[in-house]
Design a protein around this ligand. Structure first.
Ligand code: PA5
Length: 455
């Protein structure tokens, strides 16, 4: 629902007009053609995922079926695109207390995603795991990311000390690039089970590869439905009629909003289940669109800043700023039409006006009313906002959301005339770490560090 980006709803000064979109829509259509052309040249791997994974899906399901009873804990070691999708799927589909209660898990292992190198966090987790009953999934496309590989080295020792060197490989699954990096070599040496990340799918676009699908299958998520949802959305995103293609319309709105000074792009789900989709989107949007140079190599330093928020919680934290702070934001709400639970608010204290009015309504009604109220208040304050509504949160709609936002990101990247799929800034930080830690081939980075004043 894009009504609230228009001047009719939020006033002339900050709103867009349909004419503006009509005038700019050729640019979006050109972006669309470029994406389809790049796909034909094999460069848009994420667009192949809904269709080309039959065999790997079977293998993932078989692996999950075989291993789910053998292990109590499934630990993902990965970071960024090798972790955030896994968390988003888990939060959206499984019981909110999945790890806490056996009955919430339906016989599947607990899931932990260890995506940082804070020693306290790592130690606290390993201390509580039984190594004999724990399976680790090391996920790294490059096969060399320091955060992931250092955790792997520790986990390997943790397992080897308990089960012996010869059985280490049975406690690890490697998800990595088929022919590059060190993880593949390690996996082969240790006899680990392997899954592959296609070369033409970047980390932050990889949730629908084995990166996200293995932990999903290991926790009972229907991975075929995720892909079905993505395929359904793919068909919609292929439409060449601008107004029939929400990824084109929204990709253009985001671009025009940015050009109008709305340089912050907030995603605010009114649903606990979709909370981590906003976190996943934050990385997708930031790493894909935040770029120093355009395609021609000119310095442009572009990129909208993504912000994650949660309704209704952040109404009591962020909303004041969104309502009355600078006019620098476009807010995308995620709304759920039907919650799995309506949950009635009991009636009591009828004589106390300020509490009695709540009774008889449901929590589902309340959370969506809060969303509508926030939307209206934003309109009254001339703030650009829009809504992506799902009928309910399930694997099919989640697959749609992932694919929709990935496609939209590709569109906005085209409009910004940047390379959406690289991340030279992230690589630079990684390379300094390698240099400082003494990795071969990175001495120049170590020298730069030593001669810099910052430390
Ligand atoms: O999206 C990206 O490319 C990054 O966020 C990577 O996913 C992240 O840096 C981890 O990289 P790797 O999977 O190579 O360990």
């Amino acid at each position: 629902d894009i009504n609230n980006v228009f001047a009719e709803m939020i006033g002339k000064e900050h709103g867009m007009t349909v004419e503006e979109l009509e005038e700019a829509k050729d640019k979006a259509l050109k972006a669309h053609q470029n994406i389809l052309k790049a796909e034909a040249e094999g460069e848009m791997g994420f667009m192949e995922l809904p269709y080309k994974q039959k065999e790997v899906v079977n293998e993932l399901k078989e692996t999950a079926e075989k291993l789910k009873d053998k292990f109590d804990n499934f630990v993902v070691l990965g970071i960024g695109g090798s972790a955030l999708g896994n968390i988003a799927v888990q939060t959206a589909i499984n019981d909110p207390h999945y790890n806490l209660f056996k009955e919430a898990r339906n016989g599947y292992p607990r899931l932990f995603v260890s995506d940082n190198v804070d020693p306290e966090g790592i130690k606290a987790l390993l201390d509580k795991l039984d190594p004999e009953k724990t399976l680790f999934n090391v996920i790294s496309k490059s096969g060399s990311t320091a955060e992931t590989m250092s955790q792997f080295l520790l986990a390997r020792k943790f397992v080897a000390d308990a089960v012996g060197e010869e059985k280490v490989g049975e406690h690890f699954i490697a998800t990595t690039s088929k022919d590059s990096g060190y993880l593949i070599e390690i996996a082969e040496r240790e006899g680990m089970k392997k899954f592959f990340i296609p070369d033409n799918v970047g980390g932050r676009f990889s949730v629908l590869t084995p990166v996200g699908l293995l932990s999903a299958a290991m926790t009972g998520v229907d991975i075929e439905e995720l892909l079905e949802g993505a395929a359904y959305m793919d068909q919609i995103c292929r439409k060449s009629d601008f107004w029939e293609n929400p990824a084109l319309v929204n990709g253009l709105i985001q671009y025009l909003a940015y050009k109008k000074g709305k340089v912050m792009s907030v995603m605010m789900p009114y649903s606990d289940r979709l909370r981590d989709v906003a976190d996943w989107y934050r990385q997708l949007w930031a790493e894909s669109l935040g770029k120093e140079v355009d395609r021609q190599g000119n310095t442009v330093n572009v990129g909208p800043t993504p912000i994650k928020a949660l309704g209704a919680t952040d109404q009591h934290s962020q909303a004041q700023l969104y309502m009355e702070g600078p006019f620098d934001k476009i807010i995308t709400f995620l709304e759920v039409e039907n919650f799995a639970e309506e949950l009635e608010i009991p009636g009591a204290y009828k004589d106390l006006d300020g509490v009695g009015y709540l009774g008889g309504h449901s929590f589902a009604e309340l959370i969506n009313t809060e969303k509508w109220a926030t939307e209206l208040a934003l309109n009254k304050r001339n703030r650009m906002n829009q809504t992506v509504k799902v009928p309910e949160v399930n694997e099919f709609t989640l697959g749609q959301l992932f694919y929709f936002f990935e496609f939209q990101t590709a569109v906005t990247g085209e409009l910004l005339n940047i390379n959406t799929f690289n991340q030279p800034g992230v690589e630079l930080g990684k390379n300094y770490t390698y240099g400082i830690f003494g990795r071969d081939g990175y001495q120049d980075k170590k020298d730069e560090f030593d001669s810099s004043a910052e430390h």
